[in-house]
Design a protein around this ligand. Structure first.
Ligand code: GLN
Length: 201
């Protein structure tokens, strides 16, 4: 079976650990810095980092419109700052959101760097074993649209969500050895690919 090629946006932030995990789960990781690299990818991860800085550097070699175009048909997984960029509803001119996933987030709502924490959550798609989620200056999901499925909560607040195509986490799934969430993303990409293949058949 051909391996999936999954990009990790590498313009700012915590992208290297995603690259390591993608290799471990059997995908071909591609650090994406230029628009041309999007062409032959099956999916994309927008990592954590600093959403205002990402907004600033976006547009030099890869633009919002390029990612928007990609996200119309291919899955994107936004983690932490990446979720902020995928979501909507922030009224701060330093942050440009893609609005690809129908969730509103509040930046840094769990506190500053020193309030970062690790806590167990339950993944609804694999409830047997708790998942240690790492929250670092995390955004809080304050509302989710009707089309959104919540895949995990922390203190009754959604922290892992999905739409038909996309996935978003307010924590850092690349910072634990538990690869279930990256595997879930891969499965989602496969489903989208297979759906497309059967549509076009
Ligand atoms: N607080 C950051 C922001 O607002 C996100 C932090 C992170 O990605 N770990 O962009």
């Amino acid at each position: 079976m051909t391996k999936l090629r999954i990009g990790v946006l590498g313009i700012q932030g915590a992208y290297t650990r995603h690259v390591d995990i993608l290799s471990l789960v059997g995908a071909v990781p591609v650090i994406v810095k230029y628009v041309e690299q999007l062409e032959d990818l099956d999916g994309l991860i927008i990592p954590g980092g600093e959403s205002s800085t990402m907004t600033k550097v976006m547009g030099f070699r890869i633009a919002y419109d390029d990612i928007l175009q990609f996200g119309k048909s291919k899955p994107i997984f936004g983690t932490c700052a990446g979720l902020i960029l995928l979501g909507k509803g922030i009224s701060d001119s330093r942050i440009h959101q893609l609005e690809l996933i129908d969730v509103c987030v509040s930046r840094n709502a769990y506190g500053s760097q020193k309030d970062s924490f690790v806590d167990d959550i339950t993944l609804h798609f694999d409830i047997e074993k708790p998942y240690h989620a790492v929250f670092i200056r995390a955004p809080q999901i304050v509302s989710v649209g009707d089309s959104i499925r919540v895949l995990a909560e922390h203190d009754n607040i959604p922290v892992l969500v999905e739409s038909r195509l996309h996935l978003g986490a307010s924590f850092h799934p690349e910072l634990t050895k538990d690869m279930r969430i990256h595997r879930y993303f891969i499965q989602k990409i496969m489903e989208v690919k297979n759906g497309k293949e059967s549509n076009s058949a």
